[in-house]
Design a protein around this ligand. Structure first.
Ligand code: IVH
Length: 704
């Protein structure tokens, strides 16, 4: 996205951009750290972060304890136990150019008042693209292992780490009583490829890159799965040490090696910026042949006494920096543009390229994002384009080399109708800001064959119909079933499958590969168990755009029964102003939801599909929210940790008593329930004079 130069921003614009960027970065952090599924390249992420930091430098009032520049990583996931780091696991600042490196060295000399002609040694070593881990040894025995988490608290992955071949379970005699050794867990390219091949064969998800595969392998609740993945480790840092085995960074790493840890043999000692840059180039030249992913070179002041004097700024040490590699680029010819139709009907253009090697990988497809990107960059078929591969995610087309445009190349016309045979017109929805959205979407929903299978997958997912034994894999099998009479093409088909199987004289599901009499009987039992379903789940399962779980719950409570809800949607579909106004007036329901429901039910195919489904199941009316409780109609915010129940339980309980649970504190908040560790939300509640209760006081209020 084009951004205004920072010096052209008004304080208000800066504040708005800072807040929006903060949210965007937090979303990426969540996907990267907690979900192991990043959606942008590291280079793009770094660019967002740099902009965020630049905004804070230019407008210092934007910096607060909540600022992302004060945090590292993401909160640990709830599925593992937590471990508080004895010494926080911090992050590194980045350098992107030789000038940044020269500045880094000059800054340190200035800070230490170190004369220019006196040697100042740094270690320079590869920045391994894996995930960091802290290993704690007490009296020479590995007692626990934790991921970085948010830097202060990580996940307890001890059982999994014990399965990693290179990590010693014991330290030799003479090692300090308490020794926390830190480093990177990673996967080699060869092992990554083998894991993905196995995953693909088993029909499981394949990992985007070795780092995600390493994270996914380590963060397994079942340590046997971790054990089957050949994770590796390099030691390069430490946390608490009851005694120091060395006085320098390089000496510490040498001690780790003697203790039995793998360490990286590309570490060098360099005096000053020129030597650092020379080693950087040497490592970059070797990058493709190392056999594991690295994304830069880390420089650290070698003398630990100097490190101590230099200390930290915000989230990173002043004595170290990560010099990142630039994204890798190459030129090639754009031979065509394909349109892919995604789950929500989004039409995404994909560049078909003359195969080219970018940073050691052959690339023949690249994303073009959306039609505006194509128009903005004026990308035409036949053009020579610059392709960039930033370490991991899908390659991108960066720009067109105009000098090489062939005569007669025409501007690209983005299609106006869906690729499917129905040729449904594509629409570009409005963004929240009222602008035309970038994504062209087919509104056919269930009528569009491209979207149908995705809808079915959603329909059977855990938070929707949750049919045991009918997951994504089985949906795909039944969707493409060669026996036409046994296909599942719409939700109602799931519920008629048993009868159709019984009626089928020749081919029966029992005879399909991977199915037997028992599994088929179990499948039908599981399907039948879902013939009775709560209204909110039913609404959510329909998979209408913008209608997530929370929205479905609000709608179910407001309309009470399936008949009332369907009638309202039917009226909205034909433009009945009263019905539109009634839904629009509901708390938490906006225009996007009303429009999406109207569109969905206006499509005759969808309406009849839903009718067929409703005939197969019994939809249980929603409970009207209680109006006679102490908290009915009140807006409640939970903050800090709860000790007697989980967040989900607390929320469900409060909602069942007629309260509304919000995520942030505002003037509209009635009650804040604050547990240990509550921070800015609690401060805000106090500032606004909102009632603050402990968890126990809350429980007393709602009757235990
Ligand atoms: S030193 C105080 N050395 O990069 C910081 N980190 O952004 C200590 N990393 O979380 C980290 N290779 O996951 C250090 N040779 C290396 C590294 C390295 C990879 C990662 C690590 C850290 C992140 C910093």
């Amino acid at each position: 996205m084009a951004r205004l130069p920072i010096d052209k921003l008004t304080p208000l614009e800066a504040q708005a951009e800072h807040a929006a960027l903060g949210e965007e970065i937090a979303g990426h952090d969540q996907r990267y750290y907690a979900d192991d599924a990043p959606s942008i390249s590291d280079a793009d992420y770094d660019a967002l972060r740099r902009r965020y930091e630049a905004l804070e430098t230019a407008f210092p009032h934007l910096k607060s304890a909540e600022s992302l520049t004060q945090k590292v990583g993401a909160a640990p996931s709830a599925k593992f136990g937590k471990i508080r780091h004895a010494v926080p696991m911090l992050s590194l600042a980045n350098a992107f150019s030789s000038d940044d490196v020269a500045d880094f060295v000059a800054r340190i000399r200035r800070f230490l008042d170190w004369p220019v002609d006196t040697a100042l040694f740094f270690t320079a070593e590869p920045k391994i693209d894996g995930l960091s881990c802290s290993l704690r040894y007490e009296k020479g025995v590995l007692v626990h292992a934790a991921t970085r988490g948010d830097g202060f608290e990580g996940e307890d992955v001890t059982a999994n780490v014990r399965t990693i071949a290179g990590i010693p379970h014991h330290l030799p005699a003479g090692a300090p009583d308490v020794a926390e050794v830190r480093g990177e867990i990673y996967l080699s390219h060869a092992d990554f490829a083998a894991i993905n091949a196995r995953q693909a064969e088993a029909g499981e998800k394949v990992f985007a890159n070795p780092r995600n595969a390493a994270a996914g392998s380590l963060r397994q609740l079942d340590a046997r799965i971790t054990a089957a993945r050949p994770l590796k480790f390099f030691a390069y840092a430490w946390g608490e040490m009851s005694a120091m085995p060395a006085l320098t960074q390089s000496g510490m790493v040498a001690a780790f090696r003697i203790w039995g840890f793998p360490t990286n043999d590309r570490m060098a000692l360099c005096d000053g910026a020129a030597a650092l840059l020379a080693h950087y180039q040497a490592i970059e030249a070797e990058r493709a042949s190392l056999g594991y992913d690295i994304d830069g070179v880390v420089y650290k002041v070698d003398d630990l006494a100097l490190q101590a004097r230099l200390g930290f700024v915000a989230r990173s040490p002043r004595w170290a920096i990560a010099h990142k590699f630039a994204a890798e680029k190459a030129m090639t010819v754009l031979e065509g543009i394909d349109i892919q139709v995604g789950r929500t009907g989004a039409h995404t253009p994909v560049a078909k390229l003359k195969p080219v090697t970018v940073g050691g990988v052959v690339v023949s497809n690249a994303t073009l994002h959306n039609q505006d990107e194509i128009a903005k960059k004026d990308i035409r078929i036949g053009d020579t384009v610059v392709v960039q591969r930033a370490g991991d995610v899908i390659p991108q087309v960066v720009e067109v080399v105009l000098d090489k445009r062939p005569a007669g190349a025409e501007p690209y016309n983005f299609p106006h109708v869906c690729r499917c045979e129905l040729k449904t017109p594509l629409v570009r929805e409005e963004t929240a800001a009222g602008e035309e959205g970038a994504v062209a979407r087919c509104t056919g929903e269930f009528a569009c064959p491209y979207q149908r299978i995705e809808h079915l997958r959603h329909f059977v997912s855990r938070r929707a119909f949750d049919i045991e034994g009918l997951g994504e894999k089985q949906i795909e099998i039944f969707f493409n079933c060669p026996v036409e009479t046994l296909r599942i093409r719409e939700p109602a088909d799931i519920f008629t499958l048993e009868a159709r199987n019984k009626a089928s004289s020749v081919q029966k599901i029992e005879n399909f590969e991977g199915f037997g009499a028992i599994s088929v009987a179990n499948l039908f039992a599981a399907i039948n168990a879902r013939r009775v379903i709560a209204l909110e789940r039913f609404i959510y399962a329909l998979g209408v755009r913008h209608v997530g779980e929370t929205t479905a719950k609000v709608l179910a409570r407001a309309y009470g029964s399936w008949d009332a809800f369907r009638d309202a949607c039917g009226r909205i579909a034909v433009g009945d102003g009263d019905a539109v106004a009634e839904m629009d007036a509901l708390d938490q329901i906006g225009e996007a939801v009303v429009t999406a429901l109207g569109r969905f039910f206006a499509e005759p195919h969808n309406a009849s599909m839903v009718a067929r489904l409703a005939a197969e199941v019994r939809v249980v009316d929603a409970e009207k929210p209680k109006a006679d409780t102490a908290v009915a109609g009140k807006t409640v915010v939970f903050t800090g940790s709860l000790e007697k129940m989980t967040r989900d339980e607390a929320k469900a309980r409060a909602e069942s008593l007629g309260a509304k649970v919000a995520g942030s504190v505002s003037k509209k908040t009635d009650i804040v329930v604050a547990g240990p560790g509550a921070g800015s939300k609690l401060d805000k509640a106090r500032d606004l004079g909102v009632a603050v209760l402990t968890e126990d006081e809350w429980l007393t209020l709602i009757g235990g």
